[in-house]
Write a protein that binds this ligand. Sequence first.
Ligand code: GDP
Ligand code: GDP
Length: 464
Amino acid sequence: MAKLPSVPTGDDLPIVVIAGRPNVGKSTLFNRLVGRRQALVADTPGVTRDRKEAECTVRGRRIRLIDTAGLEESAPDTLYGRMRASSESAVAQADLVVFCIDARAGITPADEHFAAWIRRQGRPVLLVANKAEGRQGAAAAMEAFALGLGTPLAISAEHGEGLSELMGEIADRMPPEAPAEPVVEPPQYGEDGEELDERPPGPLRLAIVGRPNAGKSTLLNRLLGEERMITGPEPGLTRDSVTVLLHDEDGPIQLVDTAGLRRRARVEDGLEKMSTSATIEALKMAEVVVLALDATLGVHEQDLQIARLIEREGRCCVLALNKWDAVEDRIATRQAISDRIETSLAQMRGIPVVSFSALTGANVHKLLPVVRRAHEVWNKRIPTGALNRWFEMMLERHSPPLVGGRRLKLRYMTQAKARPPTFILFGTRAELLPEDYQRYLVNGLREAFDLPGTPIRLLLRGTR
Ligand code: GDP
Ligand code: GDP
């Protein structure tokens, strides 16, 4: 057998190796991380024959990324055997092995075999469950726990989900940089010492939405006027979206798809209609959404509709009661609005509310700190130990109900991801858990772990 070339290490870049059996999506992931469609991707096992290498940047850190051929077990003189030999030399030099499985296919014997092999190589491993798109994806991904390679990170290489978390995890595991490099970011902790989820690079992304005339443009101008606009509109993701960066003392915030600017950018065309598709477009780009209301009008059904869209997209929401200068009975108004929100938006209980006047500027400065706080909640990570101590207490307080005459056995919970906080509940026939018990748990999570206002997802995972 011809000797395989070893991995070039002429420069000192850390080496990250993507490994896994054929067809789990390694090439797709490689392309995503490298940012170019470089490796051939096809739906036939074993299409990627040669090792692909590229230099790329994750979180500002240059790395050498290697996409191995499938680590398929077989005799060394077969094609698979040669591939495996190729993987071996790459893995041996890896600073990190990104071990991929296919969450939709579940754990196969080949995955188990290579997980065991990878463990024996003694290199740091990051377990990635690919093809985990959609709401059920994270739950499917958790099966990979069984491989004994740590907590699986659910991603979808093809749909671009979970990639910023992945990049953060990779960057965190890189060896310390040469001393010449100045920036070493400390880990971030929440108020109670929980580690916060990895942030995607760049500023917090904020959208301001609301019905026409709520005062969105006025608010935008006020924010930009007070906080100084640093960069002008730049080409956005969609034809007529607009992005603006503003800075306050806590750092930059990127305003995405601001309807106000958008409207002004167009030729004067009379009354603006609320476009649901434009709102959804803005939500998708944002992390935090400010829903602006004209407080003199109270809460309108359309406002609730927008709030539900925000919940559905899993974004965190801050309710902005604008035109507060024109409100006569402030206490009664605030109470009426809060009551309406609490009863109509139970799935976002504790939603932060700020009142101000965009027109006069009074109290507008309160908005951004609330936005940042909401963003932290949305990013929060609950340690599994604390989560399960709480969970046991909840089970004791109220036993899970009988379903079909038999009691459900709920075993444990884990937080699969943040942004928004997403939990997986494992147990025998857990998927049958009635909605009121799910609500009991979600409301309990919100209170126990201080998660006001954010959407919370609870995924049920039946085990045998
Ligand atoms: P490799 O053999 O491990 O390099 O896998 P490929 O990157 O060639 O991907 C195998 C197949 O899985 C291709 O058809 C991809 O389009 C598909 N695939 C890759 N990533 C995803 C994903 O995140 N979700 C889904 N549904 N399919 C994916
Ligand atoms: P948009 O359609 O949501 O962008 O709303 P605009 O920013 O264009 O504001 C609609 C109208 O409400 C304008 O006449 C504004 O001057 C007025 N307005 C905006 N903010 C305030 C406010 O805080 N108080 C009062 N009294 N009027 C406001």
